[in-house]
Design a protein around this ligand. Sequence first.
Ligand SMILES: [Zn+2]
Length: 184
Amino acid sequence: MENKPDIVRIIEQEGIELKRGTGICPFHADSKPSFRVNKDKQTFHCFGCGEHGDVISFIMKLKGISFPEALIYLGISRGAPVKVNPAIQIEKQIQKDYEKTIHDLYESLCQQSRKLHKVRIKVKESPGALTEQGAAYFAGLMGELAEIEFKIDILLKGYFEDKINLLRGERNAFGREIKQSAVA
Ligand SMILES: [Zn+2]
């Protein structure tokens, strides 16, 4: 039992006055202080009635409650607390990351496509008007689009490692706060 509270503190809380670890026994009609508490051993013993034990049995006897009830009364947890499996947490985070990244990529794919579409329409309207700058802009957009498509491709069909590397990169690109441990 890990987190047992201090026996002296509990006994005093229950209204038993202790002087140098000795007091009036609550378990028998004690006329002289025969109830001893050993702080080092965290036990009690009565030289009058022979009752003895630790803080849990003290509370059980004093309150007339069961062992599990005494644990609850004293706020003692049984065994180690249930821990969330970190592997599952990480997996969930990656999955969330993954979905968010795909969403963001599709979003930028749509944006780029709209831009490209506008350029295409302009060029269509006046083919001679495409300046060198315009052509470079167009090429740039095409390049970005290809990159986004490439990333989406990796996320949907790529190797696990590539996905993870991509997620790491995109995480920064989209300025999202994700714990390093999630994909480290
Ligand atoms: Zn006693």
